[in-house]
Ligand binder design. Sequence first.
Ligand code: 6R9
Length: 677
Amino acid sequence: MAEKEVMETSEAQIAVHWGEEEYYHPSPQFIAQANMTDADIYDRFSLDNFPNCFKEYADLLDWYEYWDTILDTSDAPCWKWFVGGKINASYNCVDRHLAKHKNKTAIHFVPELEEEKVEHVTYQELYVRVNEMAALLQDFAGLKKGDRVTLHLPMSPELPITMLACARLGVIHSQVFGGFSGKSCADRIVDSGSNVLITMDAYYRGGKLIDHKEKADTAFEEAKKEGQTVDKVLIWQRYPGKVSAETPMVEGRDYFVNDVLKDYYGKRVDPVPVPAEDPLFLMYTSGTTGKPKGCQHSTGGYLAYVTGTSKFVQDIHPEDVYWCMADIGWITGHSYIVYGPLSLGASTVIYEGVPTYPDAGRCWRIAQDLDVNIFHTAPTAIRALRKVGPDEPAKYTYHFKHMTTVGEPIEPEVWKWYHKEVGKGEAIIVDTWWQTETGGFLCSTLPALTPMKPGSAGPGMPGIHPIIYDEDGNELPAGAGKAGNICIQNPWPGAFQTIWGDRDRFVTNYYERYCKNPDSKDWRDWPYLTGDAATQAEDGYYRILGRIDDVINVSGHRLGTKEIESAALVVPEVAEAAVVPVAHDIKGKEPDLYVSLKPGFEATDELAAKVSKTIVDEIGAIARPRKVWLVSDMPKTRSGKIMRRVLGAISNKADVGDVMTLANPEIVEEITKMVQG
Ligand code: 6R9
């Protein structure tokens, strides 16, 4: 697709534009206890002090061997951090806390059903369980350093336990969001070359028990078709007998972890010291093509970056009870439920279910009962909670000192409700802008140092130096307030190392556009393209407008329009498919799907439903379109390109602009009538 057209169909195009807001300041009480109150930090992390400034982050970790080279650029733009260092992430998140905090809760697990017991896993218990699982993975599953293993686990303590068990052995985990379909899981098994799949029998969502094991059977079959054989499916069993009767175990392939684990009770496995640059995990994310990309994150750089940002931005102290309501299947959960908080020795909360189940007060009841004082969620959840229970927070006695918003732009009006009602006017808010690829925060205020401004993410993080380019590659002057493509001028330790198995795609997607010299080994020549549009105000604060590419942000989750279109094309009757983002008051955006049929097929409600179901089967429920519009033809340019811009305008009830140059302008009116009535 031509570049111009990409811009025209993007999210940024339908971004809500709101005016500059006033500042909000932290309370003296917050500042008095904050981890980072030293205004010098921005100077210490200026470009002049790059890359040595990041030593401060590395020194928050325990190393087996200290590194000798902070940044190695010889394989540009695959940057290597803390070269020469040896480290283990599991040791840093578990073992090192035992001396002082072994009886402290590491994980509070809150099941969705209120009649089920809340679990409080201490650091000592976490240590024992991680060791036993590591022993099982090593001896029973035969996994060793460098192997990849696919996890398809719902929200439960077994998920971080499995991740940390992998990390203990230097095994690379690839956790697939539990809500994704078996087919999506299979794609990731194939791409990562995993021989072992770890899953769970069942979990609760919205009050319903979901048979999750069933997805593993699909994943196994689909992966096999692509030539990847999974030798072992390991199933954590949470509800014995409840669903497994319907999804029988396959002999010689399927094993209940709970049973096998008995042979490993009491076993200890020494953490394997790995080079800082060894991959810790893969996290697949949507891009501009149908195939998700496996973002490869390092051990040392990643862990240093999430530990540092958890300390300075999340303001986590060991005595805090911290609750991030993301799913661990997304990057937010990896960095800011598991690795960052546990590395700091905090108590992290894992909630299994839907925020509004069984009622609008659930979150605030959890906060009250566990005495949560740091809360972290996404605008989509805030909008939903505000809609269903605007007065609920006031009914509960909890006190947040700190709150985060992440994943999509937050409307100032929603921000203010979050501040006043959820934060009770006491909590500070950080709006953290970042990505799966970036490992940790790119822009945010520092809670005790830089004031909040509703709707703006804030300045670049210490050591992160954003820059905005126009379409032609010219730098927009700092503070110009003009929209352009936001890039990062310098590498940072949390950044992904490459796309698993596809270095070319890594370079093309993220570095080619504004690269100053493709032969250069100097990081200054390689600005990182984030794929977002942004403006920078005079005060240096960035406001993120949305994606400039074919990615739609639905409820804070990234979906590739090409991914959804490819899924629609699996239906034999479908000739063409086009997805556009449509604004939604809770989810932010939703995909709207336009489909034209092959000759001889009739547009029926059943067919539309079949297309929708196919998308859910191929990708997962989060990709379900708002509506499948079966149209007689797509609006097209004379050269035959589908004009997604026009479809986007129709879906969003916006001006379609001049369509007379289209090959078939009459179709626009027909589709408009169909969609807008
Ligand atoms: C962490 C995460 C990344 C995309 C990103 C941007 C959007 C994330 C945001 C935000 C505005 C924020 N995004 N945080 N937009 N304000 N605070 O969400 O990762 O799932 O990879 O999504 O989300 O468009 O490019 P990921």
